[in-house]
Write a protein that binds this ligand. Structure first.
Ligand SMILES: [Zn+2]
Ligand SMILES: [Zn+2]
Length: 399
């Protein structure tokens, strides 16, 4: 019973993808058959239209396929507490001992971000520490590396593994629609002006093709431009709504290395491959270069591989290989996040009261969001830090 229910849910999730493919299939018939072969009179124009159309269609479908079918990258096993650590944790006599154990475990992990209260980000559903920029997707049922959002139109999480594909999919879909609108505009106008009785099916298909392409074009432009903006600032959609919290407080620009390096991080170091839907993103999805002062350890990736790049801001990009211990989970979500506070292991940076006050000053906070720092205040007081009114800010989130 449960199996058949899961099957039904899977089919249901595929409906948006099937809808997109159906629209593309119909647009192929309308453009190639009804427009190019039945309407266009000039052979030169027909050949040109068919050639450009098929090139755009090829890259559009290729990028879409990659976005849909690329599995999300999940959290490596090194972020899971070992059985021994878990046992020690369970047998710890008090919260302080538990905190000590977690701090020991996380010392070897590349973590630059914290929860709003300063603790380590922990997923109680998956029972592991969350790497930077990862979030738990309730649709996929797992934590996803550098999660951007879960997109029903691709039935997959848009994340580290397929973000480049997603942007290319938007870009090529935009060009596809734009080309259709431009090449059908002339016939769209002629069909409105014609007084005779042309083929009604042909007329309907060309007119409807123009309207549908224009409608999708309008939607895609805003989405595409928005994601280019996010890439240029090195933010995910989730981070745009809720800034990641670093040692010095929340900062939407914590991963922002400058426009060029930001694009390189997503699209790779070979500009010619930027427009090809193959995997060229930099890093391993676990560790990301951060702005100076935010890193808990090094400001470089630790990964294996061949890439040796130094581009801008002294940021050295490593390899694009993945941690072999990571599981690849086929996507099946909504975002549930960092309210999964690891309450037993709050992280308190070893700052003097004066440094702490300066670090948490409003200049480090993004204007568009504010965070609940009440618990941070409690923690700082517990550690003898008087952080002042900056930590008494209410936990409100403003989009
Ligand atoms: Zn999780
Ligand atoms: Zn998901």
């Amino acid at each position: 019973m449960a199996g058949s229910c899961d099957f039904c849910i899977r089919i249901f999730k595929c409906i948006p993808v099937l809808f997109v493919l159906s629209v593309v299939a119909w647009s192929y018939f309308a453009y190639v058959v009804q427009l190019c072969f039945n309407t266009v009179q000039s052979n030169v124009e027909r050949v040109f239209d068919l050639m450009v159309y098929h090139i755009l269609l090829f890259f559009f479908l290729w990028a879409y396929w990659q976005t849909v079918c690329t599995p999300v990258f999940t959290v490596p096993r090194k972020f899971v507490l070992s059985a021994e650590d878990q046992d020690r944790f369970n047998r710890a006599e008090n919260e302080g001992a538990q905190k000590q154990i977690i701090e020991e475990v996380t010392q070897s992990l590349p973590l630059a971000t914290r929860t709003a209260s300063g603790g380590f980000r922990y997923c109680h559903i998956c029972s592991h520490i969350k790497p930077d920029r990862s979030h738990h997707c309730s649709v996929c049922g797992t934590c996803v590396l550098k999660m951007d959002h879960h997109c029903p139109w691709v039935n997959n999480c848009v994340s580290f593994s397929n973000y480049k594909y997603f942007i290319l999919f938007l870009g090529y879909a935009l060009l596809y629609c734009l080309f259709i609108v431009m090449s059908t505009l002339q016939y769209f106008i002629e069909f409105w002006e014609v007084t005779g009785n042309p083929d009604r099916v042909q007329r309907f298909n060309v007119l409807f093709l123009f309207f549908v392409a224009a409608m999708f074009l309008f939607s895609l432009v805003s989405l595409f431009v928005y994601h280019l903006y996010l890439v240029s600032h090195n933010r995910t959609t989730l981070e745009a709504f809720r800034a990641p919290v670093f040692i010095r407080g929340p900062d939407k620009n914590g991963f922002n290395l400058g426009c060029g390096p930001n694009f390189t991080e997503v699209f790779g170091d070979d500009v010619l491959l930027w427009f090809v839907p193959v995997f060229t993103s930099m890093g391993d999805g676990v560790e990301f270069p951060v702005r100076y002062g935010y890193s808990s350890s090094s400001n470089r990736y630790h990964s294996m591989g061949r890439t040796i790049n130094s581009i801008g801001d002294g940021v050295e990009y490593p390899q694009r290989t993945l941690d072999p211990a990571s599981d690849h989970l086929l996507g099946s979500d909504n975002w549930t996040d960092d309210n999964d506070d690891f309450r037993f292991a709050p992280y308190v940076p070893p700052l003097s009261p004066r440094t702490a006050k300066r670090a948490l000053a409003p200049t480090n906070l993004d204007n568009s969001s504010s965070y609940d720092s009440t618990r941070s205040s409690d923690q700082c007081e517990e550690n003898g830090l008087n952080t002042g009114s900056n930590l008494d800010r209410q936990q409100t989130f403003v989009v």
